[in-house]
Design a protein around this ligand. Structure first.
Ligand SMILES: NC(=O)c1ccc[n+]([C@@H]2O[C@H](COP(=O)([O-])OP(=O)(O)OC[C@H]3O[C@@H](n4cnc5c(N)ncnc54)[C@H](OP(=O)(O)O)[C@@H]3O)[C@@H](O)[C@H]2O)c1
Length: 402
């Protein structure tokens, strides 16, 4: 199938899933950026009336995510598709196939590792040929970890003349709540894992998204217990999103050709204060992470969570979002003892306020910046690196070495 050159397409960006909770926030973010970016953009989804009801005054494109022909048609019309139609394992595959075929850049905010693996296996080579940059995980998972590690390594090299051998991401103070789509996506992943032992095995692999997940890699087991971080003097506990973020950072390093060395290790945990109270918090978090994992593997408990939690289209209120904030500290270390602490943070709730900025800026970056990365199923740092970092800093995120 021949693809139209990206410059002759109707739009720079189409936001697909604009009627959803996160999609509305992303569309609103692009609305505020569009005039200064001279952006030609449109919103898309399966329900024209619902899209028109958003009152954004931009063109509307209608298509069902499960209709491959409609997704091809949509992808041909734009340079970039920015999608929030999750759970992606249920609604995402046709659009990725269409973008890979038509040479259309693509970004989403999925954290569904098993689905990303399927997309890599099915479309990486095709996207390399057509030049489509397919970029998963452009939300809170996993831009802070992925782009933060890239930026921390850049600062480390500038300071010490060589890269760090180990980076530990510590997610500390944060406040935010779940939306219905996020809960549905987590439940979908656990439902697939409970039903299929190969998916369970994949999710447990530290290098699940690497070109060769079972290749020869440095040991990097997932954290299972309380620990202590000596540079920050903080307790640590397992972090629920580490099973996504660590895989993305490791894929980034592999795709970039292992610039930080074959023995480079990335770990990720939660941090709590280095006090008795902090130790109790770390113990509580560790227990909660295991209890949640246990509950999510049982159909009855999953159903209860699904019934009691937020429903599709629902999420934290504007007031709750306004109170949100988060901080990631990256401790970069080299074998000879050099160390650097790099902070990534934002004064917005992680999953929605910050995520709308991150995904919106990723879409703008793919559409507007002269990127040099090749096509393929990339990570945010591999596809966009410096230009995305500059954009996110201008959007208010902090990326800083101390
Ligand atoms: N990485 C992160 O930090 C992060 C943060 C937030 C969200 N997320 C992810 O983003 C995704 C969306 O979450 P959300 O809370 O915004 O979900 P949501 O409110 O339920 O929205 C889902 C969207 O998908 C659309 N959709 C569903 N089936 C479709 C189909 N067959 N064809 C076309 N469109 C279809 C819905 O359209 P209708 O309105 O017509 O139903 C809606 O626009 C989830 O996967 C979540 O995990 C990730």
């Amino acid at each position: 199938m021949s693809s139209q050159p990206a410059t002759t397409r109707d739009f720079d960006v189409i936001v697909f899933g604009a009627t959803g909770f996160t999609g509305r926030l992303v569309a609103d973010y692009l609305r505020t950026c569009a005039p200064r970016e001279h952006l030609r953009w449109a919103i898309a989804g399966r329900n024209r009336d619902k899209l028109a009801g958003l009152g954004l005054g931009v063109p509307i494109v209608v298509g069902d995510a499960l209709d491959l022909a409609a997704m091809r048609e949509l992808a041909r019309r734009t340079k970039v598709v920015c999608t929030t139609t999750g759970p992606f394992a249920r609604y995402g595959s046709e659009l990725v196939a269409a973008c890979a075929e038509t040479g259309t850049h693509y970004c989403d905010l999925t954290g569904e590792v098993q689905w990303m693996r399927r997309m890599i296996d099915a479309h990486h080579e095709r996207a390399r040929t057509t030049g489509a940059r397919i970029v998963h995980a452009c939300g809170f998972d996993s831009i802070p970890s992925d782009l933060g590690t890239w930026a921390a390594q850049r600062a480390f090299v500038a300071r010490f003349g060589h890269p760090a051998r180990k980076v530990t991401g510590l997610y500390g103070e944060q406040s935010g709540r779940l939306s219905g789509g996020t809960l549905a996506s987590a439940i979908e992943t656990m439902r697939e894992a409970a039903a299929d032992r190969t998916i369970r095995a994949l999710l447990g692999k530290p290098y699940a998204l690497d070109p060769d997940p079972d290749g020869d890699h440095p040991a990097a087991p997932d954290e299972r217990s309380i620990g202590w971080e000596p540079h920050l003097k903080m307790f640590t506990a397992p972090f629920v999103m580490a099973q996504v973020n660590t895989r993305v950072v490791r894929r980034a390093h592999a795709l970039a050709g292992a610039p930080w060395g074959k023995d480079f290790v990335y770990r990720e945990v939660m941090s709590t204060p280095g006090t008795a109270r902090g130790a109790a918090m770390a113990a509580g978090i560790t227990g909660a992470v295991f209890a949640l994992g246990f509950a999510m593997m049982r159909p009855m408990l999953r159903d209860q969570l699904a019934r009691r939690g937020p429903q599709p289209g629902e999420g934290p209120s504007a007031e709750q979002r306004a109170r949100g904030h988060w901080t990631l500290r990256l401790v970069a270390e080299a074998a000879r003892g050099e160390a650097l602490i790099f902070t990534v943070s934002d004064r917005a709730d992680p999953g929605y306020g910050s995520t709308a900025k991150m995904l919106g800026e990723a879409a703008l970056c793919l559409a507007q910046e002269p990127l040099s990365s090749p096509g393929g199923v990339q990570t945010p740092s591999v596809a966009m690196a410096g230009p995305l970092l500059d954009r996110l800093r201008r959007a208010g995120l902090v990326f800083a070495a101390s």
